[in-house]
Design a binder for this molecule. Structure first.
Ligand SMILES: Nc1ncnc2c1ncn2[C@@H]1O[C@H](COP(=O)(O)OP(=O)(O)OP(=O)(O)O)[C@@H](O)[C@H]1O
Ligand SMILES: [Mg+2]
Length: 403
């Protein structure tokens, strides 16, 4: 098997609420829907045969409408609830087999929850709240102070340590909840709609901070939201749930570019594609490419052969040294034995492979040249041409035809 760094693994998970969950599986196997089961037996299918794996340091987002089973799923993962069927592994440990002591250890040291309703102590200070988790697990005062202070600074609450929770705005309270989870230093964060109660503006701000923070802190995160844009912006991968089932699991661009069914299609209809789809998904092979030690004559030949108006000039390791248009080449051709590399223009639009298309659009709009997609070492990976960009930015089915 390939190397695998999966951290959380759910296998064929079911959660059915009601007096006798096992008794209704026959009906389910015969095709009863969530609604039918509810009407006929009073049982609710909250999770329906869900399987997924979360990789180390991944932000795995679970997205779905109210009632689709998101909170039930995270509650099963930290074993606040027992699944009806199926198993959950953290690393390679089956959490159903953990005894109370092991479970306490897991929750105190390795796995933190951040809820929408923060569960803070309203009459105590920011500092006391942040330090609470460390206190519970009996850490020494000095270590507690240091870790709490760091977490408070990370979420931007420096200076507010002594304020009481009930004197803070909702957004600030949210940060306290977040800081408390960070202070514990858990490898795993389970975040259930952490930003849902916030005003749109503060919410955007928290999302941005979350993105910045995750680059600093390596954590494995399961993030729950009912907001698709939030899901696509924050998630490395997103699982879309409906009626307890995962209807699609994929990267944000897979979901936007290849919605699995009409349900997902309807969801993504209004998503600003330019913010989600990265440059590499639409890049093409450059028409004309020559190496920097080739001559201007060869550059012109290459452009003729490929019917191109411009050629890219790369060195032997693939690093882009510049571009040459026909015009530049024809001016230079009058000077004998000039190498393409010496003449190539350094002024070409370029971008990184993960840049959202929205930003590429600006580059394309500024000039006629195709945009070079370069890796970190400035090697030429491909180009973005205007037609492909326009097709990709159009929402709806049209953009999916090309594959
Ligand atoms: N304790 C419970 N007893 C009975 N049914 C429950 C219980 N908890 C949840 N449910 C049902 O399970 C389903 C999934 O609920 P869950 O809270 O997981 O949804 P959710 O996706 O988190 O929704 P929301 O976005 O509103 O938080 C719902 O149909 C809900 O009514
Ligand atoms: Mg919920």
């Amino acid at each position: 098997m390939a190397e695998n760094n999966k951290k959380i693994c759910c296998q064929n998970l079911w959660k059915i609420f009601g007096p006798a969950p096992e008794s209704v599986f026959d009906l389910i196997e015969n095709g009863a829907s969530k609604q039918e089961l509810m009407e006929q037996t009073g049982h609710v299918i909250a999770i329906r045969n869900v399987s997924f794996e979360v990789q180390e340091n991944e932000v795995f987002v679970v997205m779905g409408l109210s009632g689709s089973g998101k909170s039930t799923l995270v509650r099963c993962i930290n074993r606040l609830m027992e699944p009806t069927r199926g198993s959950i592994y953290i690393d390679d440990t089956d959490i159903a087999k953990m005894n109370n002591q092991e479970l306490r250890e897991l929750r105190r040291h390795r796995l933190s929850m951040v809820f929408q309703s923060f569960g803070l102590l309203p009459h105590r200070s920011v500092f006391d709240n942040v330090t609470f988790g460390l206190e519970v697990r009996g850490e020494k005062k000095e270590a507690r102070y240091k870790k709490s202070q760091e977490a408070i600074e990370l979420v931007g609450l420096k200076g507010w340590e002594k304020s009481r929770i009930n004197e803070l705005s909702g957004g600030m309270q949210q940060r306290v909840g977040f800081a408390r989870a960070l202070a514990v230093g858990s490898e795993f964060l389970l975040m259930d709609e952490p930003f849902s109660a916030l005003d749109p503006l503060i919410r955007r701000q928290m999302q941005e901070e979350f993105i910045n923070l995750r680059q600093q802190l390596k954590r494995t995160v399961i993030f729950i939201t009912h907001d698709l844009l939030e899901a696509l912006t924050l998630g490395d991968r997103v699982a879309i749930m409906r009626d307890g089932e995962i209807v699609q699991l994929g990267t944000p661009e897979e979901i936007v570019c290849r919605p699995a069914d009409d349900y997902v299609k309807e969801f993504i209809k209004d998503v600003p594609r330019g913010k989600i789809i990265p440059a590499h998904t639409i890049m093409e092979k450059p028409l004309a490419v020559i190496t920097s030690d080739q001559t201007i004559t060869q550059a012109i030949e290459e452009m003729d052969k490929k019917e191109a108006e411009l050629t890219f000039v790369i060195d032997n390791s693939g690093v882009l040294r510049g571009t040459l248009t026909r015009e530049q080449a024809s001016v230079a051709s009058r000077i004998k034995s000039t190498k393409a590399g010496e003449t190539a223009s350094q002024e070409f639009p370029s971008t990184a492979p993960d840049t959202p298309l929205e930003k590429c659009l600006q580059l394309v709009a500024e000039g006629d040249a195709p945009v070079a997609v370069l890796d970190k070492e400035h090697r030429l990976l491909g180009v973005i041409n205007r037609p492909a960009l326009i097709v990709a930015l159009q929402s709806g089915d049209g953009a999916n035809d090309g594959k």
